[in-house]
Write a protein that binds this ligand. Structure first.
Ligand SMILES: [Mg+2]
Length: 432
């Protein structure tokens, strides 16, 4: 995009730009570039040593260049002299194939060739905890069913409204903020948009929420399951597919308002769900949120099975009303770009290959799941998900060399975890 960022900087009082990219593990890496140097950075990119971040690169590799996308500029509401710029990764004059934002842009362009645009909204649940990370920060937040707790929400009024005011100022159209189902847990909702816009906002939201929480002496975490007895943090995604102004998923003649294309798209997610979990539930800890025992609030609100339903929150996919569905599998650790890329890749496969999502189940999956036969279960741990991804033709084909790179780094992570001796093992095995 041809925006003159030097002029924009002068007009808006921006002194520095954070040229930022998100690596394979979702960590945001950045260089702080003075406004006087932003024009040359836009031309040449900001230089990084790729090996120093999670990208499956070598110390011998040439410079990794992060080329800012001016269209994604966000002026930090809590520090307006800084402008955040999402960047695309280039090495040796070519886009880096495993770069998360590059992958999403490639898939978006592929869908656009068929005239299709995926629009999504994400619900980023997070906890406000003590700075040492040991417990929810609000000592009075002790209800067994704390969801929508008015008093606990209002005790965090200053921090929640600072974040919401920021979103209002940025034009994201935020519309609801609440206390969620775990003590110390919150959710803030803003409008859905194009998948890339949502991915950039999702990445920025995590950074903004952590930064503003820190200002208030708190720590924000998106960790999927920080406390075993409490509900974990999901990142539910609401998905619709558009052809110009027409919502391809909408069909008023269907019982619950979903079109044939919508069911095929869902069929694609169901077909690749176990492999997709390696991306949407990327950590060892992710599998302590799904497949979890009941929490103190009464429900985990996380799926255990690869199933879909109408307006019912006990399945992997919920169709709350016509023209969209909610994908409830992803969690707070999901990489904002890879989440969207995974959904688009698996969904488009479903559309192209007319995948059958199977029977809609309108039962409480937590209590009556055992009464239906042949239901696929979600992976029980990160290794199972990684193995499913390795074998998944659909995602290997759509995501290209990202998959082996990602699996290589994730295998190292799994091995590091496996070498960790837990107290549980000592307690249960010392006297074997
Ligand atoms: Mg929620």
């Amino acid at each position: 995009m041809n925006t003159d960022l030097e002029t924009v900087a002068k007009e808006r009082g921006i002194k520095y730009f954070l040229v930022s990219y998100t690596d394979l593990f979702g960590t945001q890496r950045a260089k702080l570039v003075p406004a006087a140097a932003i024009a040359s950075t836009c031309r040449n990119g900001a230089g990084f040593a790729g090996f120093a971040t999670w990208l499956d690169m070598s110390p011998a590799d040439a410079d990794l260049l992060a080329v800012p996308d001016a269209a994604g500029l966000i002026q930090l509401p809590w520090k307006p002299e800084v402008g955040w710029l999402p960047a695309d990764l280039v090495m040796g004059g070519k886009p880096v194939e495993q770069g998360p934002r590059n992958i999403l842009k490639r898939l978006i362009a592929e869908a656009a060739r068929d005239g299709l645009q995926m629009k999504t909204g994400v619900e980023c649940e997070f906890f406000l905890i003590t700075p040492d990370g040991s417990e929810p920060a609000d000592m009075a937040d002790r209800q067994m069913k704390p969801c929508y707790d008015q008093s606990a929400l209002m005790r965090r009024y200053d921090v929640i409204t600072e974040i919401c005011d920021a979103m209002l100022e940025l034009g994201w159209k935020p519309y609801q903020n609440d206390h969620e189902d775990a003590n110390g847990q919150f959710e803030m909702n803003w409008d859905y948009d194009d998948a890339l816009v949502t991915a950039d906002r999702h990445a920025f939201f995590k950074y903004m929420t952590r930064s503003i929480a820190e200002k208030h002496g708190l720590r924000a975490t998106f960790m999927p399951k920080p406390f075993m007895n409490l509900t974990g943090s999901g990142c539910h995604a609401h998905v619709s597919l558009w052809k110009g102004d027409r919502n391809v998923f909408a069909d008023a003649s269907d019982e619950i308002g979903m079109s044939r294309e919508g069911y095929h798209f869902i069929g694609g997610l169901i077909h690749s769900a176990d492999a997709l979990a390696a991306i949407t539930n990327p950590c060892v800890n992710s599998y302590k949120r799904i497949n979890a025992p009941r929490t103190t609030s009464g429900a985990t609100w996380a799926p255990n099975t690869v199933t879909y339903t109408g307006n019912n929150r006990t399945h992997m996919i919920r169709i709350p009303d016509g023209g969209r569905f909610e994908f409830r599998l992803a969690d707070g650790a999901a990489n904002p770009y890879l989440l969207q890329a995974g959904l688009l890749a698996a969904g488009l496969d479903g559309l192209r290959n007319r995948r059958d999502p199977g029977q809609r189940l309108d039962i409480n999956m937590y209590t009556d799941g055992h009464t239906v036969e042949g239901v696929k279960c979600l992976p029980l741990n990160m290794l199972d998900a990684m193995r499913a991804l390795e074998k998944c033709d659909v995602l290997n084909e759509a995501l290209g060399s990202f998959v082996p790179s990602y699996l290589k780094l994730k295998t190292e992570e799994w091995n590091a975890y496996s070498r960790h001796l837990t107290q549980w093992e000592r307690d249960t095995t010392l006297d074997c």
